[in-house]
Ligand binder design. Sequence first.
Ligand SMILES: NC(=O)c1ccc[n+]([C@@H]2O[C@H](COP(=O)([O-])OP(=O)(O)OC[C@H]3O[C@@H](n4cnc5c(N)ncnc54)[C@H](O)[C@@H]3O)[C@@H](O)[C@H]2O)c1
Ligand SMILES: O=C(O)C(=O)C[C@]1(C(=O)O)C=C[C@@H](O)C=C1
Length: 370
Amino acid sequence: MKTTVSIIGLGLIGGSLGLALKRNPKIHIVGFDRSYATADEAFRRGIIDTVAPSAKSACEQADFVVFATPVNTTVALFEEAVNWDFKEHVIVSDTGSTKKPIMDAAKVLQEKGITFIGGHPMAGSHKSGVSAAMEHLFENAYYILTPSETTTEEQIDVIEKLLSSTKAKLIVLQAEEHDRMTAIISHFPHIVASSLVGRLAAQEEQQPFVKKLAAGGFRDLTRIASADPVMWRDITIQNREELLSQVDGWLDEMNSIRAMLEDNNPEHIFDFFAQAKTYRDQLPSTNEGAVQGALYMTFDLHIDVPDHPGVISEITKILAEANISLTNIRIVETRTDVYGILVVSFQSATERKRARQVLTAETDYSMHVL
Ligand SMILES: NC(=O)c1ccc[n+]([C@@H]2O[C@H](COP(=O)([O-])OP(=O)(O)OC[C@H]3O[C@@H](n4cnc5c(N)ncnc54)[C@H](O)[C@@H]3O)[C@@H](O)[C@H]2O)c1
Ligand SMILES: O=C(O)C(=O)C[C@]1(C(=O)O)C=C[C@@H](O)C=C1
């Protein structure tokens, strides 16, 4: 007998979860998305085994349900779900980036005897939608579970077993501590990234050339500002209190930076950067085998390539023939000589190592891992 898992919302996270759960041959996946085109793509890509006609129908046939919708939608769906006939032993979970409001909203289900355990895989991307879904997305990432007071050890064991094929590091946290920590390392940094982009846009009129100068540093720092605004609107609304406290801390920090600039003391300025460097350098890194922490990790390979047409297809052909998938490819346009730098990103350090080996064997380009 297969376990039926229903996924509601088949975007980046729901789709990636489907792919990871499909590694387990004993799982049958039913999917529902409000966009039929998305559900159809999920089916065609083999992410789900069957498309359900409604969220209700998907939920009523499942042993395990995961809501992978934007967090305010998940709350609204719980209110509807009170009237659905879930299986008696079902475990319901979600993937939302906030946990306390989701746990509160799930109380209506728990009052009906339904087991709800909150979930949040700490891995993602600025890309959204089913087309961005990846089987490996959660590997080595923390996957936070937030049980309620009534959750039993046995129920935690069941959900941990079900999610084991994600190869994520499952950990249990209280919803409140989850929301405090994610405000620090994810939600507030997202606001800062979007506001840096806003500052650039606001000053473009006076400095029309400025955006062309926005090179590596600005792009690295603001990549996440390209994420889906619906998802981030919902997260911001749900984690407002923690975000207000982060904004207060940031305003204090900016005031002390202002004072530092007024003082113009080289030692203090050095210390400011040195302390940040020391702390940043000891955070989980992109090294082989490292755990994917709160920091999004890309496994980039920098390749010095001659600036001639066809070079990208040469590289991608070699990689495709070796069955190595890449997650991103871009040219860094900071050079003015005849060589450019092609940056190719992979899903893991192992894939990057293999890519380097095959490219070394088949080309004479120099390559660097920064
Ligand atoms: N993107 C990330 O980096 C990330 C990481 C971890 C967790 N999360 C959380 O996971 C959830 C999903 O995020 P995502 O990045 O996959 O978003 P996404 O936009 O890629 O996918 C969301 C999907 O939900 C569908 N949907 C919306 N309303 C629906 C409804 N009423 N019924 C059925 N389907 C509906 C959409 O059509 C879409 O396919 C969010 O709660 C988000 O906070 C996101
Ligand atoms: O890497 C990114 O693009 C992300 O924003 C992923 C990220 C994060 O902040 O780390 C975003 C929200 C999720 O809840 C979890 C992961």
